[in-house]
Design a protein around this ligand. Structure first.
Ligand code: S3P
Length: 429
């Protein structure tokens, strides 16, 4: 890849990954049929669908542009699978599934995944579930997959989580659906609230309280009913186009149908802080989630500073924001981002390493980065290190660099955005 002209036209990003997983999972534990429009046809949701099929759930083929149907088996209807459940690269699949399986009394499940997922921390889910009575065992004292779940009958608890994580929160809420007595999860900050919105729409007895929606209570007893779900475009995928158009001179782009749930829009706040030209047009509500089109054009950018309270609202966008920071005026600062070290890769280390190879100047801290702006990026041999968001961030960086960039393992992008390189080629005209 090498630097090319401006990005122009319109792009429609694929469905939101978080909402896609949830639509499949909640559809599976509901009674009756769930129809999903706009489901993300990428590797991560395919992993969720494959796990569900292995437990007797009928999920129609996942084909881009076609609705997907899930024939629910009810809250306790999963069959014991006769092999391991392969979660692939997907942390959301493994963690939410742990919550769903922990309470399937008398049944045994083993969850595993690829090399990245087998090294991601799972105790953060296993520990709170154990307090509800779950029995989950794994390598490294139960922290690492493969994980064996021996289903138990669970009881309700009140749990304060140390880190705001929607995966941890959702796992607990899902286990709570069939526990004896209510369960409350209290987070330090609100993480993305797609589970709360969608569980309520499916009929769960779920109450959100506390400052900023940080306390969520599920009272078991309600059965879920199949729904019609419409998945908006993923703001985490839109982020690559927002940064590309904001940084490549002459760009003018409309990103259509982007989910604008306030627990996800930190990227817009930071780009605004940088002085980027972004406008939300045609804001609307689609099946319980706010949606809009984003108009973005190139302009001068200032450095940004982000800290822990902001992190849950843009945790997946730090890699591409690091690229934007290289081009901005001044030194950008990211702190309170230690969670990035336990994503698909250690994203602080990987982005520092790869952007340094392109001539950027970044300093790594245990919980963040300083990124010096005003860099002139140079084409180089870079590597996604198997991380989808790193792959797409480096592809954006390549458009801003002089000379040719060779990206190793670009196929990682298919985890969340299979058509990314096609869209890039098209938008570059
Ligand atoms: C997700 C939550 C976030 C995010 C991940 C998807 C979800 O992870 O990084 O890509 O769908 O719940 P954490 O819950 O670990 O913060």
């Amino acid at each position: 890849m090498s630097a090319s002209g401006p990005l122009r036209g319109r792009v429609r990003v694929p469905g939101d990954k978080s909402i896609s997983h949830r639509a499949l999972l909640f559809g599976a534990i509901a009674e009756g049929l769930t129809t999903i429009e706009g489901l993300l046809p990428a590797e991560d949701p395919l992993s969720t669908a494959a796990c569900l099929r292995a437990m007797g759930v009928t999920v129609s083929p996942i084909v881009a542009g076609e609705p997907v149907t899930v024939q629910g088996v009810g809250l306790d209807g999963f069959l014991e699978p006769d092999d391991i459940l392969n979660c692939g690269n997907s942390g959301t699949t493994m963690r939410l599934m742990l919550g769903l399986l922990a309470g399937r009394d008398g049944r045994h499940f083993v969850l595993s995944g690829d090399g990245s997922l087998r090294n991601r921390p799972m105790r953060r889910v296993g520990e709170p579930l154990a307090r509800m009575g779950a029995r989950i065992q794994g390598r490294s004292g139960g922290n690492l997959a493969p994980l064996a779940v021996q289903g138990q009958s669970l009881h309700g608890v009140t749990i304060r989580t140390p880190v705001a994580s929607a995966q941890v929160k959702s796992a607990i809420l899902l286990a709570a659906l069939t526990a004896a007595g209510p369960t409350t999860v209290i987070e330090p900050q609100q993480s993305r609230d797609h589970s709360e919105r969608m569980l309520r729409a499916f009929g769960a007895d779920l109450v959100v309280a506390g400052p900023g929606g940080t306390e969520v209570t599920v009272t078991p007893g309600a059965s879920l009913r199949g729904q019609s779900v419409i998945v908006p475009g993923d703001i985490s995928s839109a982020a690559f186009w927002l940064v590309a158009a904001a940084t490549i001179p002459g760009s003018e782009l409309i990103v259509e149908n982007v989910g604008l749930n306030p627990s996800r829009t930190g990227i817009l706040d930071v780009l605004e802080q940088m002085g980027a030209r972004i406008k939300v047009i045609n804001p609307r509500d689609v099946a319980g989630e706010p949606v809009g089109d984003l108009e973005v054009s190139h302009g001068p950018l200032q450095a940004f500073s982000i800290d822990e309270p902001m992190m849950p609202r843009l945790v997946d966008e730090i890699p591409v924001l690091a690229v934007a920071a290289c081009l901005a005026e001044g030194t950008s600062r990211v702190r309170g981002a230690a969670e990035l070290r336990v994503k698909e890769t250690d994203r602080l280390a990987v982005m520092a390493r790869q952007l340094q190879a392109m001539g950027a100047s970044l300093t790594e801290y245990p919980d963040g980065l300083d990124i010096q702006g005003g860099a002139s990026l140079k084409g180089a041999a870079v590597d996604s290190e198997t991380d989808h968001r790193v792959a797409m961030s480096l592809a954006v960086a390549a458009q801003l660099a002089s000379g040719t960039t060779t990206l190793a393992r670009p196929e990682a992008a298919a985890v969340s955005y299979p058509g990314f390189y096609d869209d890039l080629t098209r938008l570059l005209g």
